[in-house]
Ligand binder design. Structure first.
Ligand code: ZN
Length: 218
């Protein structure tokens, strides 16, 4: 069931505090949105997360027009709206977690070191770099999200979506953990990467995750 608009705004405000407490954001970095019917509650631009209340959360329509809220919406709103337009997402989380950001500067795809990778739909891609807040970045993330529920963003951070904010947030945290695993294991030596057959077995055991994407990249 999709939340009402007031509940969506409260969820966005609460999630911002959670991201700060979990160390996924620094200051005003990162953003969160929750869909409520034809509207989207999205974090305001340039406000520290520990100071955002539900009344500060911006409301836009699916075309990005501001409908309510005293502040401008997050500069990454085009990226959020693209995910809503092309998947069954009910919520989107974007963060600058240290390990996700670190991996995004080095790799084009996160090697599957752990079977949890399949909870994100498969090995996580790194979206090609584009300036923050631009339609180019939204397009680049769109391509990286095909058949996945999360992606890294080159030299920037991570994005994940889910039908609820809890599932989007869990995926965003899982991706940060997988990146931390990669960084840690790579410091010990050359990590063993799971094969496609081993990953297929994980899906057969029911540990994979459908992405709910409505269509391919446009
Ligand atoms: Zn960002």
């Amino acid at each position: 069931m999709t939340p009402g608009l007031a509940a969506a705004r409260a969820q966005v405000a609460e999630c911002g505090r959670r991201m700060t407490a979990d160390g996924l954001v620094l200051g005003t970095a990162g953003n969160v949105s929750v869909r409520a019917g034809d509207l989207v509650a999205v974090s305001p631009s340039g406000m520290a997360y520990d100071r955002i209340g539900p009344e500060d959360v911006c409301v836009v329509d699916l075309a990005g027009n501001r409908v309510d809220g005293p502040h401008a919406p997050s500069t990454e709103t085009p990226l959020h709206l693209d995910v809503y337009a092309t998947t069954d997402a009910g919520a989107v989380v974007h963060h600058h977690g240290l390990h996700s950001a670190a991996v995004s500067t080095v790799l084009d795809e996160l090697p599957p070191l752990h079977y949890y990778t399949m909870q994100l739909g498969g090995p996580v891609r790194v979206a090609r770099y584009a300036t923050y807040g631009t339609p180019e970045l939204a397009r680049s993330v769109h391509a990286a999200l095909v058949d996945r529920t999360a992606a890294l963003m080159a030299n920037h951070g991570a994005v994940a979506y889910g039908q609820t904010l809890d599932s989007a947030y869990d995926r965003a945290r899982l991706l940060e953990w997988l990146c931390a695993l990669h960084v840690t294991a790579s410091g010990l030596g050359s990590p063993r990467v799971l094969s496609a057959a081993e990953l297929d077995d994980v899906v057969r055991r029911g540990s994979g995750s459908g992405t709910g994407r409505a269509g391919g990249p446009t």
